[in-house]
Design a protein around this ligand. Structure first.
Ligand SMILES: Nc1ncnc2c1ncn2[C@@H]1O[C@H](COP(=O)(O)OP(=O)(O)OP(=O)(O)O)[C@@H](O)[C@H]1O
Ligand SMILES: [Mg+2]
Length: 317
């Protein structure tokens, strides 16, 4: 269920296929994102969780217009991002930004930290006299001090580099940041620092985040709402606390069951997940082949059902 407050980002029936094989007779496509709908409110973190290959990054890239959609709609502050005027496009680029997983490869090694953070300001034509202060503010907001500005990425730790990536992402004061596995390359203790920094930016700067991770534990720590993805489809989406405390979809239950047991004490334990070897059924539930509770009815596509503050893709809720 979507909240009633106006959405910063609204995605409806978004789909994306990739061509994976081409021969004279036919083309084979892979559905990476399949009819996905969700919204991100102002000052909200939406966590997208799912295993490798489930389509998380593809959703992020579609929303930032780094790749083209096949069908569906993406609205940012009510405007269709695929039919913006040049002026609106500039505003959209300014108000959205991205943080990637690996700050080693996402930061240009030949640039000093100051130049890396300044670059988006240059691209967007911010006058020189304003740039210095904005760079200094951003580096401080990201939890580093000005002495870092004169250093190179190779002289920083992984956590510090990710803070630089965050400083760069916030320097233009965006409304939405797509954070694609921003903590996955970091040690656990550093992960926590970055999670706290993102929480702080949300609370103090009112930035919304689309926070992508394969780790439900991490997603649960900072998301207001969660979307669980499997093979490009939403299995369950809704309020984070509800989902973590009382998962409705069998896949979410498995994800939660695989979390370290010291996490929330009130977590329900699933019985051991059996090893399942079942053939996929064309047109059926996409989780059929791995679902511990599947029945014959699951050979048909389940509808989305709304229960207890969320939408669930399963016949049995
Ligand atoms: N440009 C592309 N061409 C062909 N297939 C692609 C392309 N980009 C992604 N895919 C495929 O789409 C699927 C979803 O990829 P995506 O990168 O969105 O997954 P992900 O959930 O982010 O995975 P990970 O956790 O490993 O980052 C994968 O099977 C991937 O191989
Ligand atoms: Mg990815």
């Amino acid at each position: 269920m979507e909240s009633n407050s106006p959405a910063l980002l609204k995605v409806e029936n978004l789909s994306k296929k990739f061509l994976i094989k081409k021969s004279l007779l036919k083309k084979e496509f892979f559905k990476a994102v399949d009819n996905v709908s969700f919204s991100v409110g102002y000052n909200q973190v939406l966590g997208i969780v799912g295993e490798s290959g489930s389509g998380k990054s593809t959703i992020g890239r579609l929303i930032l217009k780094l790749i083209k959609k096949d069908s569906g709609e993406v609205r940012f502050e009510g405007k269709d991002i695929y039919s913006l005027s040049r002026k609106e496009e500039k505003i959209f680029r300014r108000e959205t930004s991205v943080i990637f997983q690996d700050p080693k490869t996402s930061l240009n090694p030949r640039f000093k930290i100051g130049q890396i953070i300044e670059e988006p300001l240059l691209i967007h034509g911010v006058p020189k006299k304003e740039r210095k202060k904005k760079v200094e503010d951003a580096v401080k907001d990201a939890g580093l001090d000005e002495t870092f500005l004169d250093r190179y990425p190779s002289e920083l730790s992984g956590g510090q580099r990710q803070r630089v990536a965050i400083a760069r992402a916030i320097v233009l004061n965006p409304k939405l940041i797509v954070a694609d596995e921003p903590t996955s390359a970091l040690d656990v203790s550093v992960q926590l620092q970055i999670i706290n920094l993102i929480k702080k930016l949300k609370n103090e700067k009112k930035i919304s985040f689309l926070f992508i991770s394969h780790d439900l534990n991490v997603v649960g720590m900072l998301s207001d709402r969660i979307l669980v993805l499997y093979r490009g489809k939403i299995m369950e989406k809704g309020d984070a606390r509800h989902i973590l405390k009382n998962p409705a979809h069998p896949y979410t239950k498995i994800l939660i069951d695989s979390l370290p047991p010291e996490h929330p004490k009130d977590r329900k334990k699933l019985d051991a997940v059996p090893e399942i070897y079942r053939e996929d059924v064309e047109g059926g539930c996409v989780f059929y082949s791995r679902c511990p509770v599947a029945q014959d009815i699951c050979k048909k596509e389940p509808p989305y059902k709304t229960i207890d503050n969320r939408e669930v893709y399963c016949h049995f809720v």
